[in-house]
Design a binder for this molecule. Sequence first.
Ligand SMILES: Cc1cc2nc3c(=O)[nH]c(=O)nc-3n(C[C@H](O)[C@H](O)[C@H](O)COP(=O)(O)OP(=O)(O)OC[C@H]3O[C@@H](n4cnc5c(N)ncnc54)[C@H](O)[C@@H]3O)c2cc1C
Length: 410
Amino acid sequence: MSDLATGGGFSLQPPEEITQMRDWVHEFAAEVIRPAAAEWDEREETPWPVIEQAAKIGLYSLDFFATQWMDASGLGTVVAFEELFWGDAGIGLSIVGSGLAAVAVASNGTNEQIGEWLPQMFGSPGDVKLGAFCSSEPDAGSDVGAIRTRAVYDEAADEWVLNGTKTWVTNGGIADVHVVVASVEPSLGSRGQASFIVPPGTRGLSQGQKFRKHGIRASHTAEVVLDDVRVPGRCLVGGKERLDARLARIAEGRSGGEQAAMKTFERSRPSVAAMAVGIGRAAVEYAADYSRQRVQFGRPIGQNQGVAFMLADMQASVDAARLLTWRAAWMARNGLPFDHAEGSISKLVAGETAVRVTEQAIQILGGNGYTREYPVERWHRDAKIFTIFEGTSEIQRMIIGRAVTGLDVR
Ligand SMILES: Cc1cc2nc3c(=O)[nH]c(=O)nc-3n(C[C@H](O)[C@H](O)[C@H](O)COP(=O)(O)OP(=O)(O)OC[C@H]3O[C@@H](n4cnc5c(N)ncnc54)[C@H](O)[C@@H]3O)c2cc1C
C-alpha cells in the first residue's frame, strides 16, 4: 500500500478482521435483534431466547468479548457495540451487560480469577450465564466514595463477609456471578474500597426491587441485597496481598489509592460511547429514509432545507461522536494517557448526541414518530440512559473540567 493510502502510517480504515466482524454482528442485529426489539421493550423482560441465539453463533461468548477487547487496533469492542445497539439498545445491553463485571475482574483480577470466573459469566450455548457489576447504592450514585456496603475479613475462616444494599444493578439478582464493590476501610472513602466476586448460588445475596424503566426496558435492572454474604478469600479481586500493600501505602501517605470502581468505569467509557453512537446512527438512517418517502406540499419532506439541515446536523454529530469514541478506544489500546479525559469526552458527546438526534428523528417523523408503531420514540427513550449511567453528563464534565483546568473542580 502506498504512503498516500495509509496516510504515512495514520489510518482511519479499520483492519479487515474488524470490518468482517462488523458485518457479521450487523447481520445479527438486523435479522434477529431489530425484529424482536418492540416485543421485549413491551415485555420489560430479559430476552433470553435472543441471548441464546447470540450464544449459538458465538456472539454471546467469553471468546468473542475477549477477542474484541484485546484486538490490536482497539476498535473491536466499539465497532461490535455500535452494531448491536444499532439493532436495539435494550437487547444490546442484555447481551453486553455481563461485560462490565467481566472487565472489573479482567482489569484488576489475578490470572486465576480471570480463568475461574469469566467463563461463568457467559456460560455456553444451551446454558447461558450472566454477570453483574454492583457499585451504585441508594446513597452512593455519582458519589462512589460514599459506598456503605462493608466487607469484613474473617481470618479464621479465610472468608469475606459482605453486608449492604446495591441498586440499579444491570442483571442484578438474575446474574450467576456478581462483582460487588465494598468498603474495606471506610475511613479512606473510595481509596479503601475493593471488589469481590460473589459465586453463583451464594447464600445471603438476593434481588430486591426490579425497576420499571423509561427505556432500555429489555435490560433487567434491580436492587441487590447482601445479607451476611460469605465469600472465600480468593474472591477478593486482585488478592489480599495486593490490597494490604495498597492500604499500607496509603497509611504511609504514599499514593496507591486507585479506586476499584473508577478503574472499571474509565476503561469501559469508550465502549459505552459506542452504544450511544449505534442508537444515534439508527435514528439518522431511519429519519433520512422517512424524509425521502414522506410527501407533503407535493414533494418529499427531505427536500425542505428545514428538514435536510436537521439531517445534516444529525449525521455530522453522529460522525463526530464516533470519531471521538474511536480516538479514546485507540488511545486506551496504545496505553496513551487520557490527559484531556478523552474517555469521558467520548461518552459525554456520544450520549448527548444520541438524545438529541433521536429527538430530532421523532420531529422528522411527525405524528408517526410519537407513536409506538415506529421505533424512533423507543430509541429516544433508550438514548436517555447514556446521559445517566456510567457517570452522568455532569460528572463527565467535571472530570473533563478538571483535566482541562488542572483545578479541583467540584
Ligand atoms: C438503567 C440503569 C442501569 C444501571 N446499571 C448499573 C450497574 O450495572 N451497576 C452499577 O453499579 N450502577 C448502575 N447504574 C447506576 C448509575 O451508574 C447511576 O444511576 C449514576 O451513576 C447516577 O447516580 P444516581 O442515579 O444516584 O444519581 P445522583 O448521583 O443522585 O445524581 C443526580 C443528579 O445530580 C447530579 N450531580 C451529582 N453530583 C454532582 C456534582 N458533583 N456536580 C454536578 N452535578 C452533580 C447528577 O449529574 C444528576 O444529574 C445504572 C443506572 C441505571 C438507571
